[in-house]
Design a protein. Structure first.
Ligand code: GLU
Length: 304
């Protein structure tokens, strides 16, 4: 299969959409990003890689960080984790408060903000130096020591994270948050602020595609069983209240972030990351989603 030719054809086909949607602007630092950018990186498990456009440009991974925090928390807590967080799709917006109130402070899944705020709380409790551990884990996963937090983006988000603060206080009210709300929010915003390129993300996610060779770092091991479960949650909950649509159109487990990044995997075949800041109304990158839909259609390599 000529993957390079395929991704170049995809780029031509998605060009008509390049002015659709707009970048996230509820986080001031993200509103300043140039929206007219696109990158793609395909990493085959057999070793070859193919790339396009701004594949090496770093951007704010935002909610994609939730996959990393879930991997660490699940490795440390095992089944215990599911007493504090569910694993069902939410069908509501990623930052919804209503469902959390109805469900007495147990977030539906780890990829909505409430769930990821609980993950941040778990890491704060369990790790000696959570910020250092988290970034070293991400660096080790992607093999790039230069990956880092953006304190500018983290501060920018924290300065106006009223909704996430409300979620955290509601969790606290329901005894599902052990640390101080300010500390949890700070760490949550730091994790979301990590900047990675499509290349970094595709490389990091090979650990979720190639579970036969479990990745391990600092005592966190991505065993076959954990990877199976994380991939299942990516499939059912990885795309906000559009996970069904993504599954329908693309047919791969993956995760998106409001920075415009999407990373997806085909177990035992490849990992692929795309990035373009303009989002649809659900928060997923418009060009990114179109590119992945075309990719699995043209290659016939979705999981279904
Ligand atoms: N830091 C963002 C927030 O909490 C993450 C949102 C996302 O990428 O889904 O709103």
């Amino acid at each position: 299969m000529d993957y390079q030719q395929i991704i170049e054809r995809i780029y031509e086909e998605i060009k008509p959409y390049e002015q659709e949607g707009k970048q996230a602007d509820y986080i001031p630092a993200l509103a300043r990003v140039n929206p007219d950018q696109f990158g793609l990186y395909l990493n085959l498990l057999s070793g070859e890689s193919y790339q396009l456009g701004g594949y090496d440009t770093r951007f704010s991974i935002q909610s994609i960080s939730k996959v990393f925090s879930l991997a660490i928390a699940l490795s440390i807590k095992g089944k215990e984790l599911w007493k504090r967080i569910g694993k069902e799709p939410s069908g509501t917006a990623f930052n919804s408060l209503v469902q959390l109130e109805y469900e007495h402070g147990i977030p539906r899944n780890p990829f909505i903000n409430a769930g990821a705020i609980v993950l941040a709380d778990v890491l704060l409790t369990e790790l000696e130096n959570p910020e250092e551990f988290f970034i070293q884990f991400v660096r080790a996963l992607s093999g790039n020591e230069e990956i880092d937090y953006s304190s500018e983006v983290a501060q920018s988000e924290q300065s106006c994270s009223y909704l996430n603060a409300s979620i955290a206080y509601l969790l606290k009210h329901h005894h599902n948050l052990n640390n101080r709300v300010e500390d949890v929010l700070h760490f949550y915003c730091m994790m979301c602020s990590v900047e990675m390129s499509c290349k970094d993300l595709a490389k990091a996610f090979t650990a979720f595609a190639r579970s036969s060779e479990p990745f391990s770092h600092g005592g966190v091991e991505l065993t076959t069983s954990r990877v199976k479960r994380i991939n299942a949650i990516m499939q059912t909950c990885g795309f906000y209240d559009e996970a069904g649509e993504f599954s329908f159109l693309v047919g791969l487990p993956g995760k998106s972030g409001v920075g415009g990044g999407i990373v997806a995997i085909h177990p035992a075949k490849y990992s692929i990351a795309v990035w373009s800041p303009r989002l649809n109304e659900r928060g997923n990158s418009i060009m990114g989603m179109k590119a992945l839909e075309l990719f699995t259609t043209m290659t016939s390599e979705s999981i279904f």
